[in-house]
Design a protein. Sequence first.
Length: 443
Amino acid sequence: MGHHLQGIPRSPRVHPPYALQTGDEGVSLFGNLLKLKDARSDPDQKWLRGLVRYGEMATARVGSKTIVFLNSKRVVGVVSHGHSRSLLMTQEKWAEPRRIMHTLLSGTAVKQYGEWLETESAQMLAEYLLKPALWYRHHYRYANSVVHRIALGERLAKSTKDLEDLQSLVTVFVTTTGSSVVDWFPALARLPRWLQPWQAHWEKLDRWNYDVYRSWWALVLEQIRRGTAPPSFARDTLLHGDTKYTGSDDDAMYVAMQLIEAGSDTTREALHIMIMAALEHPAVFARELLRWRPIFVITPDHVASQDIEFEGYRFPEVTGFVINAVVVGDECDSPETFGPDRWMDGHETDIAHGLWQFRGGRRICVGYRLAQRSMFINIARLVQCFDFKPNGPYNSRILSLEATDEPFPVKVSVRSQAYAELICAEAERLGVLEDAKISRDEL
Ligand code: HEM
């Protein structure tokens, strides 16, 4: 018979490997909530790493919710791919946008959009050559432009203000997800409105989010309706008659715009980490970057839609599950060592094999194949053409993600005149050299 998980277990320790965690002695319900909040910003992720002492699965009460942290590759693997796969399913609402976005994972899409990656990457290299001190801004332009083109069809031609608005939106989204009291005490959402003083704040954010999205989307929608839009995910999949998308016009806008958000900030950050790795370790490979310095320490929990039996344990419906990505990433020999060759296991061409940075199962990152290709092209080219040296003191665990600040001091220099010529010739051939030269205010 399995154990029943009911509220906070009386005893903090059950038999290994599945111990149930209550939070440290004397810590209230808010204790874990605060720890979870701190865990997001702690560069050493002490609290998350500490959860392994409770076993492969650690249960914490966070607010009124029960969250199970999956602390080993083994349980994450079983849970994501095995018989209990429904564990990572979520509400019905998610199914329709996911159906539409799923085409992005297909080989055809990756091939079709691959050309755009090449063009944008050629421009990024030319920008690196022309404005090496602004290396970090080139990452954002590249990442945003690629996914903007995939989603909406146009190369990025936005003002600094537009880009800053979108960047602020992403930052607010990432830092506020899971920070509302209602996230952790869902029953509060059923109170009368006057008893929910936080509502006005979230509604204001929501409105701002809507307006920023609308300012990017309206033009594209108009072009699609008039039949003048260039090829894109929005034109050829999302709003295409054959797809039979059942969402409203606003729903479609959220699908397209979230793609831009999800695809640009991650790629930008991965490229920053690659530069950090280039300073710390001369040999670099994509997958090890993400294990070494995970981009997403905690992602929102996935909630069980029905009771689940798993290896003798019974988890009631509504239990939330979170992959403890830091701990799972550390499950290898000498985790602190940057060791790309640990991935030479016959699965080198599949970035998601054995790496949980894109999570897994049905909700696996929809852009991971594009991200893999995008990172491969750019890392290979940057390492081939440029040298990166520290340009002052830095902490390799801290990465500022402000769009306008250099995240850590780097001196970038092209490796030879021959490479400089090659970069210019390639950018010219693809028609992006002039764009790279344009000295916008923000560059
Ligand atoms: C290094 C790059 C990237 C990393 C580390 C990454 C990681 C992730 C993670 C951890 C999730 C959450 C999965 C879950 O809920 O279990 C996610 C979701 C998502 N990602 Fe990525 N991602 C990356 C690049 C991209 C790119 C390039 C795109 C777009 C082309 C993209 C689009 C999305 C979307 C739309 C979702 C939501 C999927 C859904 O709701 O079903 N991501 N990503």
